[in-house]
Design a protein around this ligand. Structure first.
Ligand SMILES: Cc1cc2nc3c(=O)[nH]c(=O)nc-3n(C[C@H](O)[C@H](O)[C@H](O)COP(=O)(O)OP(=O)(O)OC[C@H]3O[C@@H](n4cnc5c(N)ncnc54)[C@H](O)[C@@H]3O)c2cc1C
Length: 399
């Protein structure tokens, strides 16, 4: 059995950021991903680097976390980010007072905004509907998550982490009630002082391998790519968060999103074309050229939502993350889960998890991931045989 200090399960944004953070603090780390890096939600999302405005009214804690990390990701990974800006666009059908509430909530959360008339908004974003009454400009940006994950993984490797892809964790080894490592498909065993479950929507399954319950609520979302650059910045419907309320520019295409439907199994879920139709119904009033736009492809991602005490529709679940120390929660020392959150806040999630792991290992080093720039993303994607969000989702949607 090979040994390491920390074994991280899952090579999405959270797992690679954790491997990077631990390795940069001098912790010997092995990350295991069953597929390619970013094969889960991290490679199947809109590519919005949230300003936090989307959450400011209903979920200010998430909003504050997003604006803080929006600034960090721009700084450390400029070659993964496009500073497109974003607009919340108020149409006649939208709630009268929502723009005012949004503006006030953004101010409370420290998100800078600029109020625009309909004419000013259309000058900035000519594809908007002539019915646009007013808009709020926010510091949304776009991020290529595949490039970001690859660059983060490369930073982790350069700091000494081992990144293993195409290998699933099939068991969490437990001795005398304590997690002591993982077993991989093929039977290889890796001994570890701490095993971290960063398996996103699959977190419940990985926790079950360690014999602990974790009630995830995986939720699918549809994203449709149209092959025209109909917008230059992020366009958000100006109303409480709901299905079909965002258009995200992506190169010479744009991505319409999204829906929110709970699924039982993140590997095996039905999709529903009515969700794609809904995206067009809800977004064409904001960007009328969508009525004639050609669909390039549609892809689906599964959110790693975890809110065990919540009732009702997952669209309203908080987007904050959860760090679970199973030593305290389930009497399973050596096992930690970090789930939920957003891609935008992945680094902060990893920092919190790394703080806990370092505390357990008696390592005193500070986190440096908010200040140290990531390696070149082109070099990183070549290293892992990846390319970018659109190429990845085109390939996935053909499977
Ligand atoms: C439709 C949709 C749109 C979204 N849009 C945005 C957005 O615009 N902006 C934003 O900030 N966030 C967005 N998100 C949220 C964001 O994508 C996720 O919160 C984030 O990517 C989760 O990262 P993660 O690393 O925790 O999980 P994942 O990326 O899902 O990674 C988990 C990994 O674990 C691996 N794994 C599972 N089981 C095992 C095993 N047994 N052994 C080894 N590996 C295993 C999986 O293959 C997977 O790669 C969106 C999500 C969805 C679904």
């Amino acid at each position: 059995m090979t040994d390491t200090d920390a074994a991280v399960v899952g090579g999405g944004a959270t797992g690679v950021a954790l491997a990077r953070d631990l390795a940069e603090r001098g912790v010997e780390t092995t990350l295991v991903e069953r597929d390619d890096l970013a094969a889960g939600a991290s490679g199947a999302m809109h590519g919005l680097l949230h300003s936090g405005a989307r959450y400011a009214v209903a979920d200010p804690e998430s909003a504050r976390a997003c604006i803080a990390e929006n600034r960090v990701v721009r700084d450390v990974a400029p070659d993964c980010v496009a500073d497109t800006g974003g607009l919340f666009v108020s149409l006649p059908a939208d709630p009268d007072d929502y723009l005012d509430r949004l503006e006030a909530a953004c101010a409370d959360c420290g998100i800078e905004t600029e109020r625009l008339t309909g004419a000013e908004a259309r000058e900035r974003e000519p594809g908007l509907s002539p019915d646009t009454e007013a808009a709020l400009a926010v510091p949304d940006a776009t991020v290529d998550p595949v490039r970001l994950v690859a660059a983060t993984a490369l930073a982790a490797e350069r700091a000494g982490a081992e990144i293993r892809t195409g290998t699933a964790v099939t068991d969490v080894l437990v001795e005398d009630g304590r997690a002591v490592g993982v077993e991989l498909d093929g039977g290889e065993r890796i001994g570890a002082e701490v095993v971290v479950n960063a398996a996103g929507a699959w977190g419940e399954q990985v926790a079950a391998l360690a014999g602990v319950p974790l009630d995830m609520t995986p939720s699918r979302g549809a994203m449709t790519v149209v092959g025209d650059a109909l917008v230059s910045g992020v366009v958000n419907r100006c109303r409480p968060k709901s299905s079909g309320d965002i258009v995200v520019p992506c190169g010479d295409a744009c991505i319409l999103g999204t829906t929110d439907v709970e699924v039982d199994d993140p590997d095996d879920f039905a999709v529903d074309d009515r969700e794609v139709a809904l995206l067009f119904e809800e977004l064409t009033p904001a960007v009328p050229a969508l009525a004639d736009a050609a669909v390039d492809h549609t892809y689906w991602g599964v959110r790693p939502l975890y809110e065990p005490d919540a009732d009702g529709d997952s669209v309203g679940f908080s987007r904050t993350f959860s760090l679970l120390d199973h030593a305290e929660r389930d009497d399973r020392p050596g096992f930690v889960s970090v789930v939920g959150g957003k891609l935008t806040t992945h680094r902060a999630m990893a920092e919190a998890a790394a703080d806990l792991v370092c505390d357990r290992l008696g390592v005193a080093a500070d986190c440096v991931t908010a200040d140290e720039p990531l390696p070149d993303a082109d070099e990183a994607t070549a290293r892992y045989g990846l390319s970018d969000l659109l190429t990845g989702t085109r390939r996935a949607s053909r499977r």
